[in-house]
Design a protein around this ligand. Structure first.
Ligand SMILES: NC(=O)C1=CN([C@@H]2O[C@H](COP(=O)(O)OP(=O)(O)OC[C@H]3O[C@@H](n4cnc5c(N)ncnc54)[C@H](O)[C@@H]3O)[C@@H](O)[C@H]2O)[C@H](O)CC1
Ligand SMILES: [K+]
Length: 503
């Protein structure tokens, strides 16, 4: 499923119309009908439905919805929120058809909004992706009136007033119960501060050609179909070497658990052989519960690993670096050496991100892929930016960072964004608030480590890992646990449930 900015959506429309020959009025008919079908499935003919129609094509969709539902016997009234003179083009065409069919219509007087107060269901077709700046009156007051109601509000394409793109914090918008998104989800459906306005959303298809999307956007949702299409299988003649030999470097006296969880997650996720490189103390603490792993002892100062013993990085297919290693200056040297000497893919996570921050440009010199897995605060640290700036524009920050330093980036969050060094982006939709706990990131790193050592494309492997991590938590919440009690180690055990459902 593709994800678009407003500009990309307009480009896709233009391509569909100019290059493919699809007519705008037809696309609007398809949009309105598809949304009407969804709404009829969730409403009854006894309910009073008020369609709020704006001046642009979003309003045009509203007129098609109104006509389609009226024909089926629904109790429909259109409240036009702009004067007649503002309605043009395809929207005006569909308004005329609605009126010719005898549809009931009135003009919003800008004052009382009786039709809104009387309705059981409000269909918001005032503004879609064409919104510019903050809402102007009288729409601003109307939106505030709608948001005070407890009735069902169904937005068409985008809740009116909400920007389709990232980067805006000042806006007033409809707080929808449901949104039926047309053609492709817009970026604002995946941002912490804008996604709640959509309520529950669903995509409706209107016949736009796939080619138009492929030419215009490199952003998509990574879903179960993607996973099934590229998930690595196991062959009967496979042996432990076939599934990769991974090295996990990290841990310190105060944080032995982080390393332990990465090791265990990597093994559960399918790695052939896993070695933990850490202090003797950490090994003594975790070895009895991680009996399948092997270990390499690293020298330490005050319980933190240092560079004196030199880690052998040559014999591995992939390395995970940083979990629970602490932020002592002498550990930085170890991180830098591993990054420059290893000629296999490296995942840098947790404290490793802090150590590499002053040396980010060195990542460009690596011949093998580098994967970085920051959460927004770590991303802010890497960029020397404010965390709120990142949260408001995560797609842009992620894309610029991945291209600049030639890395694969997993920007973790409610919707984790995976970005390739070329700027291709996928959003992972699995996962739940139960994952907002210590250790969750260490588990993800272990799963990524296992995935990138199997036979699959690097980007696909990372996306699959994020999917498996979140899906494990989702299945656990559904059947055994709650958001409150779910632990990172449960997520490791839950990997088995995910694998059983996808393989
Ligand atoms: N994706 C597709 O292929 C299709 C999408 N459709 C629908 O079309 C809209 C986009 O239509 P557009 O005409 O470009 O813009 P809008 O209708 O979203 O809005 C324009 C309308 O809004 C007024 N406006 C803008 N900003 C403000 C503001 N701050 N305050 C008040 N009013 C504002 C402006 O004056 C215009 O009148 C898309 O979302 C889909 O719903 C097609 O129907 C099918 C093809
Ligand atoms: K809308």
């Amino acid at each position: 499923m593709f994800i678009v900015t407003a500009k990309e959506m307009y480009d896709i429309d233009k391509f569909a119309m100019q290059e493919i020959g699809l007519d705008g009025k037809l696309l609007m008919e398809n949009a309105g009908r598809a949304v009407a079908e969804k709404i009829t499935a969730m409403s009854s003919k006894q309910e009073k439905i008020c369609v709020l129609a704006g001046a642009g094509n979003n309003g045009g969709d509203g007129f098609v919805i109104a006509r389609t539902m009226m024909d089926q016997g629904y109790h429909i009234h259109v409240l036009q929120v702009v004067p007649d003179s503002k309605i043009r083009g395809d929207a005006s065409f569909h308004k005329r058809i609605y009126e010719n069919c005898g549809g009931s219509l009135s003009l919003f007087d800008g004052i009382d909004g009786t039709e809104v107060l009387d309705a059981d269901i409000i269909i918001d077709a005032m503004i879609g992706i064409g919104v510019k700046g903050e809402l102007r009156e009288p729409l601003l007051s109307l939106v505030s009136l709608i948001n005070q109601q407890t009735k069902k509000v169904i937005s068409v394409d985008v809740p009116s007033g909400l920007p389709a793109d990232e980067g805006t914090v000042e806006f007033s918008a409809v707080e929808a119960t449901y949104t039926f998104i047309i053609g492709a989800p817009k970026i604002s459906a995946f941002l912490n501060h804008t996604s709640p306005y959509y309520g529950t959303w669903e995509l409706v298809s209107i016949g736009l050609p796939k080619k138009a999307f492929q030419l215009s956007t490199s952003k998509s949702i990574w879903n179960e179909t993607n996973v099934r299409d590229c998930f690595p299988g196991r062959k009967p003649d496979d042996h432990k070497g076939t599934h990769g030999k991974g090295l996990v470097i990290g841990g310190c006296t105060e944080m032995p658990g982080a390393l332990s969880m990465t090791l265990k997650a990597a093994l559960r996720a399918g790695a052939g052989l896993i070695t933990g490189a850490t202090s003797e103390h950490v090994i003594n603490r975790i070895a009895s519960t991680n009996v399948e792993a092997t270990y390499a002892v690293l020298s330490t100062t005050d319980g933190f690993i240092n560079n004196d013993s030199k880690v052998n990085v040559q014999d591995y297919d992939a390395i995970a670096l940083g979990m629970g290693m602490g932020r002592k200056a002498f550990t930085s040297e170890l991180v830098r050496d591993v990054v420059s000497e290893a000629n296999c893919p490296i995942i840098i996570d947790g404290d490793g991100l802090h150590h590499i921050q002053p040396y980010l440009t060195s990542l460009k010199r690596r011949k093998s892929p580098t994967i970085m897995t920051p959460h927004p605060r770590e991303m802010a640290m890497l960029l020397g930016a404010n965390v709120n700036e990142i949260l408001v524009e995560p797609f842009r920050y992620a894309s610029e960072f991945a291209r600049k330093f030639d890395v694969y980036l997993v920007l973790k969050g409610m919707y984790s964004i995976i970005t390739s060094p070329e700027g291709k982006q996928s959003v992972n939709m699995t996962g739940n608030p139960g994952l907002a706990k210590g250790g969750s990131g260490d588990v993800l790193t272990g799963i990524i480590l296992a995935m990138i050592m199997q036979r699959q494309d690097m980007f696909d492997a990372i996306c699959n890992a994020c999917y498996v991590h979140g899906k494990s938590a989702d299945l656990l919440i559904k059947h055994q646990h709650s958001h409150h009690d779910l632990l990172a180690s449960d997520v490791i055990d839950g990997i088995a449930n995910v694998y059983r459902t996808i393989s």
